[in-house]
Design a protein around this ligand. Structure first.
Ligand code: HPA
Length: 275
């Protein structure tokens, strides 16, 4: 697909959202596995199925509903993306990051990304919440590869502070007030869909990873390219392969994410009015 085609698709998608929703919020939250229930906290909610938005990618896996919800959280307008598509579903990174581009065109200034992850660092345990300080792109591809479209951002965007220091400090402050433990760590993106081997996890730990997942990084890169501030949260849903010797099951990932998601939801609801 050439640049103009992609730009045109993004324009069509944003125009249709704008038509359905009216003024679009400046803050968006991408709800990963197990966090979908956060939309229940929205007041005056409006719900759009991704399938109603032209060209919007529709998730194929359990735990990702595929709905764009807008409403008020703590009195502040927010958009919530209930579910995302992943690289491992067979999508190119332009599809994976299509929703992020649509949010950019709709005028979103801050995005909160959430994801279920495996705990790579030995001080992280099942159920822990982690505020991302940085990431390592282990996908083998960059979503900005190809001709640069200057309407979105610059050719060589700086990535020295992907996850806003300011938003991180707000998150830690609000977590502390709520009495919820929030750790910090570096996210490593693997392509999936197979979970990692113990040898791979040892490698990732040596490389400086604290958590591992199959999303988040392409969205964060594209958001920064588009000048959007990013706050990232990981929920540790399992010890990464080889750490405890337990096998990893998607159903368990969803169960733990559900429980951890309740605590993370409280932090997000407290952070949004402070952005
Ligand atoms: N590895 C990669 N992605 C994940 C994991 C994991 O252990 N758990 C949840 N998402």
């Amino acid at each position: 697909m050439n640049d103009d085609d992609l730009f045109d698709q993004i324009e069509q998608a944003s125009a249709s959202v704008r038509k359905a929703v009216g003024t679009f919020p400046k803050i968006a939250v991408t709800l990963g596995s197990g966090l979908g229930h956060l939309v229940d906290e929205l007041r005056d909610a409006r719900v759009l199925d991704y399938s109603e938005i032209p060209f919007f990618p529709v998730p194929t896996i359990a735990g990702h509903a595929g709905k764009l919800c807008t409403g008020l959280l703590g009195g502040v307008p927010v958009a919530m993306l209930q579910g995302r598509v992943h690289y491992y579903e067979g999508n190119g990174l332009d599809r994976v990051t299509f929703p992020t581009r649509v949010l950019q065109r709709l005028g979103v200034k801050s995005i909160i990304l959430t994801a279920a992850t495996g705990g790579v660092a030995l001080n992280l345990h099942k159920g822990d919440l982690v505020c991302l300080t940085d990431h390592i792109n282990g996908l083998g591809f960059n979503p900005l590869r190809g001709p640069n479209d200057d309407r979105f951002g610059t050719r060589f965007p700086d990535m020295s502070e992907v996850y806003s220091v300011h938003l991180r400090s707000v998150a830690h402050e609000e977590a502390m007030k709520l009495g919820i433990t929030l750790k910090s760590g570096v996210y490593y993106a693997m392509p999936g869909p197979s979970y990692e081997t113990p040898a791979e996890i040892r490698m990732l730990r040596t490389l400086g990873a604290d958590v591992v997942g199959m999303s988040t990084v392409p969205e964060a890169i594209v958001a920064r390219h588009g000048g959007i501030n990013v706050l990232g949260f990981a929920m540790v849903t399992n010890a990464a392969a080889g750490v405890t010797g337990e096998t990893i099951h998607h159903a368990e990932v969803l169960d733990v994410a559900e429980e951890a998601g309740k605590r993370l939801g409280k932090i997000i609801a407290a952070v949004v009015p402070k952005i």
